[in-house]
Design a protein around this ligand. Structure first.
Ligand code: ARG
Length: 462
């Protein structure tokens, strides 16, 4: 088979080199965006008079047919044709002859592959935004069911202060909202057209890059052809946004894995989202959550992989850049797979309400609110901290709770304490006392939940 670039070569390519340099095995998925880009390019070529309107028509129609063939798996891929761009162009020339040979006018594979990637990433961002939205909805719906459940809050994985269960769920909504913002921000920089930068220097032909940018829904054409030919910032940025999503999902997965242990006993996953052991009959393993945590490794390393790829590359295009797709597609596919499963896990899990409640009074979750009660009665914060610390120590030696101490014992420790102290002792009282904006108390959490339902266009709660 003669190569598109065969003119100046007298020897055929070594088949091992063909196998080594091919990218069709992983860039075939760019076919649809490649064809979209080519159709815009053909329309522009006709508009500026480089081809006729009827030639543009033939090109666009044939490209549609080729898209159908590839979609149905009817176009055979061949490593001799290197990549998706050459496959499409070769199929076009096979159909249209000389008209097909005109498509690549005023363009190179360098701006073409950048255009394809930008179109592909732009679609991926829109898909991810929807998946993140769906996961937020799952957490918000869960919140509505768990409005009356109190959970221990932790720092250093030690019991700290109580919060209403939806405070945990809405915490993830916040994180996912920032993930969506990061993607939206990334999208603005993705949405600049590389097409027509040609190989690296632009072209002497009278192309209209503003027109192709417009036809493809880009905000404007990129201003510097050298930059287009070498730029993979948008992929690094995109993968960084994916990495942040994966890190959030891994945190959630890890937390729920812990909560599913006998030791915590907070959560039960539905059978459909757990698996058994081949030897231990009693096991129900949280494999989906473990793999969400584990697969994050692929996503988290993708920015480093891309940065390593571009670091120190001379301008402009270098073949190294072909490797970018492997990192991006793996990170994208992994993130999408995790996000597709996550909402069902969020909605399907059940809180073990009784087990949680039975041990809620352990760990002095009310100690901080007791200290704040003292502050409210004029005790300096540091003094109150020390006083409550001593009371906790007393309880520990006795094996009791703060609420079990008598009023006179409390008053001996601090004369400012009055009978009303009973209103802040015990976990239910302690969580009720939390009223600041954004806190884990029932009122503040309900306010956040109402806001989230509004933000996500869900019906308001009664
Ligand atoms: N398959 C190539 C890639 O993914 C397309 C660009 C090839 N350009 C070139 N000058 N060989 O990067």
């Amino acid at each position: 088979m003669s190569k598109a670039w065969g003119g100046r070569f007298s020897q055929a390519t070594d088949p091992r080199v063909e196998r080594f340099t091919e990218s069709i095995s992983f860039d075939a998925r760019l076919a649809a965006v490649d064809i979209r880009g080519s159709q815009a390019h053909a329309r522009m070529l006709a508009q500026v008079g480089l081809i006729t309107a009827s030639e543009a028509e033939q090109l666009c129609r044939a490209l549609d047919e080729i898209a159908g063939e590839i979609g149905r798996g009817e176009l055979p891929f061949d490593t001799a044709l290197e990549d998706i761009h050459m496959h499409v162009e070769t199929a076009l020339i096979a159909r249209l002859g000389d008209v097909g040979r005109k498509l690549h006018t005023g363009r190179s594979r360098n701006d073409q592959v950048a255009t394809d990637l930008k179109l592909y990433v732009r679609d991926a961002i829109d898909l991810l935004d929807g998946l993140l939205h769906d996961l937020q909805v799952a957490f918000v719906e869960r919140s509505t069911d768990d409005l009356d459940v109190i959970l221990p809050g932790y720092t250093h994985l030690q019991r700290a202060q109580p919060v209403m269960a939806p405070h945990y769920w809405l915490c993830y909504c916040e994180k996912l909202a920032r993930d969506r913002e990061r993607l939206a921000d990334c999208r603005r920089r993705v949405n600049v057209s590389p097409l027509g930068a040609a190989a690296l220097a632009g072209t002497s032909l009278p192309i209209d890059r503003f027109l192709t940018a417009e036809l493809l829904g880009f905000s404007h054409p990129a201003a510097n052809s050298l930059d287009v030919s070498s730029d993979r910032d948008f992929l690094i940025e995109f993968c960084s946004a994916l990495a942040q999503i994966a890190a959030h999902l891994a945190t959630w997965a890890e937390e729920w894995i812990l909560w599913c242990t006998t030791e915590f006993g907070f959560l039960k996953l539905p059978d459909a989202y757990t698996t058994g052991s081949s030897i231990m009959p009693q096991k129900r393993n949280p494999d989906v959550l473990e793999l969400i945590r584990g697969k994050a490794a692929r996503v988290l390393t993708s920015p480093a992989r891309l940065l390593t790829l571009v670091k120190g590359l001379p301008l402009a295009y270098n073949r190294d850049l072909q490797e970018d797709k492997l990192a991006v597609f793996d990170a994208l596919d992994t993130t999408v797979a995790c996000l597709e499963l996550a909402p069902a896990v969020v909605l399907g899990a059940t809180l073990q309400r009784e087990r949680i409640a039975a041990r809620l009074e352990e760990g002095f979750l009310d100690a901080t609110v007791l200290m704040e009660y003292l502050i409210g009665r004029g005790v300096p914060m540091r003094t109150g901290h020390e006083t409550v610390g001593k009371l906790v120590r007393l309880c520990e030696t006795r094996g009791c709770r703060l609420g079990d101490l008598s009023l006179s014992e409390l008053q001996t420790a601090c004369p400012a304490i009055e009978a009303g102290v009973a209103g802040v002792l015990g976990v239910a009282n302690a969580v009720r006392a939390l009223t600041s904006f954004g806190s884990g108390g029932a009122g503040a959490v309900r306010q956040q939940l109402d806001q989230w339902r509004q933000r996500l266009n869900l019906a308001p709660l009664a």
